[in-house]
Design a protein around this ligand. Structure first.
Ligand SMILES: CC(=O)N[C@H]1[C@@H](OP(=O)(O)OP(=O)(O)OC[C@H]2O[C@@H](n3ccc(=O)[nH]c3=O)[C@H](O)[C@@H]2O)O[C@H](CO)[C@@H](O)[C@@H]1O
Ligand SMILES: C=C(OP(=O)(O)O)C(=O)O
Length: 427
């Protein structure tokens, strides 16, 4: 297995280009299943999750061509030949469940393996399934698969009031509703920028949608959708991650393509911690010019709140703050697995249930650490950039799910980081 080696190397200076959003692209790609016309996505990120979604769509009979070094994805679901999303692919990635709504809406049937839980929490899909039931689908759970059938004449519009905010359930129901008969109203819908991006793409394809970015989304079903070309929105989590690099190490880095509206709750916390963020013509410039980082408390919430996907990286920053910070994780029940690894580097962190108390220390020291999930892995790299000595991060396949060219991007601003190829016997 590959490892990443980081050595603390002082302040960082330069620019980092931010890619298209993994979490937007993973919901835009299944939208191809809603139409027999071509869908082209530009500004796609080059990630292993995107390759997994490509494999899944191809297994259903869709064509997916990766062009311009993977930044353009040309998709066509003209000739779908399978209704089954197989366990072997679905188990690799939870976002695979997003093929269920489009397949059900277009073909009236779908068999999709349950994605199961993962390291950060149980992550059931009950809200997705309840939404389809409200639209008239019959669902049966057998042998680890959801067997779904639309009623004769297709899915029906429905009022769906989500008991908790779910990004994936909102996306799945939104896609299914575009082809349902009549009106669907999604209440307590997720408001994430990736939902807005999906709605904009679906509208380009001819869907009739209002209210994306608010808690109520109204969809008037149409007979058929057409093709479209759509640019994937900037990855706000990659953006926030790289904004933390100069915050932790000092220096000044411009994140190209960054927008404040994508990360405003996060920027408020950076400001409170004493980090300067300035909007430029090309993105966001981040600097820590003077003094020590100040402790701040953080609570993760659905958008527009502080994102759970930046909690681990923010913890890496707060490990070296002056004073004590409390981080409360409200989205996932098991998302502090980076804490014991950061402790190996000299951090002082106590975890009690959904709260982590971080007592800032003067410095971190390099250590051998293990990535346990995607955002945990990058938090260890961030901590390693500021630590004295060498940090060796193993299990970096987690990182490849969500960060393209991480070594190149960080080296470009002066970081001392390298990737060491593993041998099969390490695995
Ligand atoms: C591919 C993708 O876009 N992933 C993101 C998406 O995940 P994902 O869409 O899986 O996350 P959700 O917003 O659905 O999850 C929010 C909460 O709802 C719970 N829940 C969800 C669905 C359901 O049917 N039942 C249920 O109980 C989950 O366990 C969790 O506690 O949003 C999360 C929250 O911002 C992010 O951390 C993930 O990076
Ligand atoms: C949790 C994440 O992704 P996923 O929902 O694909 O597991 C993430 O992007 O941080």
């Amino acid at each position: 297995m590959d490892q990443i080696i980081v050595r603390g190397n002082g302040p960082l200076h330069g620019e980092i280009p931010i890619a298209g959003a993994k979490n937007a692209c993973l919901t835009l790609m299944p939208a191809t299943l809603l139409t027999d016309q071509p869908l082209t996505l530009t500004n796609a990120p080059r990630l292993s999750d995107i390759r997994t979604m490509t494999d899944l769509l191809r297994s259903l009979g869709a064509e997916v061509a990766s062009l311009q070094d993977g930044q353009v994805l040309a998709l066509s679901s003209h000739d779908l030949n399978s209704h089954t999303a197989d366990y072997d692919i679905v188990r690799k990635m939870r976002a695979s469940i997003l093929v269920l709504g489009p397949m059900l809406a277009r073909d009236g049937q779908a068999i999709v393996s349950l994605p199961g839980g993962c390291a950060i929490g149980a992550r059931p899909v009950d809200l997705h399934l309840k939404a389809f039931e409200a639209m008239g689908a019959e669902l049966d759970l057998r042998d680890g698969y959801v067997h779904a059938k639309a009623p004769v004449g297709g899915l029906r519009g429905a009022v769906i009031d989500f008991p908790i905010v779910s990004v994936g359930a909102t996306e799945n129901a939104l896609m299914a509703a575009t082809l349902a008969r009549g009106t669907t109203v999604l209440k307590n819908a997720a408001r994430e920028p990736e939902i807005v991006d999906l709605a904009q793409c679906l509208r380009r394809m001819g869907a009739n949608i209002e209210g994306e970015g608010t808690s109520t989304i109204t969809i008037e079903g149409v007979q058929a959708l057409s093709g479209a070309t759509h640019p994937v929105v900037t990855d706000r989590i990659e953006l926030g991650t790289y904004m933390l690099a100069p915050a932790i190490c000092g220096g000044e880095v411009e994140c190209l393509g960054g927008r404040i509206d994508l990360v405003s709750a996060f920027c408020e916390k950076l400001d409170a911690a004493g980090i300067e963020v300035t909007e430029t013509d090309r993105g966001l410039k981040v600097a820590r010019k003077n003094g020590r980082i100040r402790a701040v408390d953080v609570v993760t919430e659905p958008f527009p709140g502080f994102p759970t996907d930046l909690q681990a990286q923010m913890m890496a920053l707060l490990c070296m703050a002056e004073g004590t910070s409390v981080l409360e994780e409200k989205i996932f029940e098991n998302r502090f697995m980076h804490a014991p690894e950061l402790t190996r580097m000299g951090a002082r962190i106590e975890v009690h249930g959904g709260h982590a108390t971080v007592h800032g220390v003067d410095k971190l020291r390099g250590a051998r650490v293990m990535a346990t999930d995607l955002r945990a892995s990058v938090s260890l790299i961030l901590a390693g950039l500021a630590a004295e000595g060498e940090t060796v991060v193993s299990r970096v396949y987690h990182l490849d799910r969500g960060y393209e060219k991480v070594v190149r991007k960080l080296r470009g601003v002066g970081a001392d980081i390298e990737r060491i190829k593993g041998t099969p016997s390490d695995e």
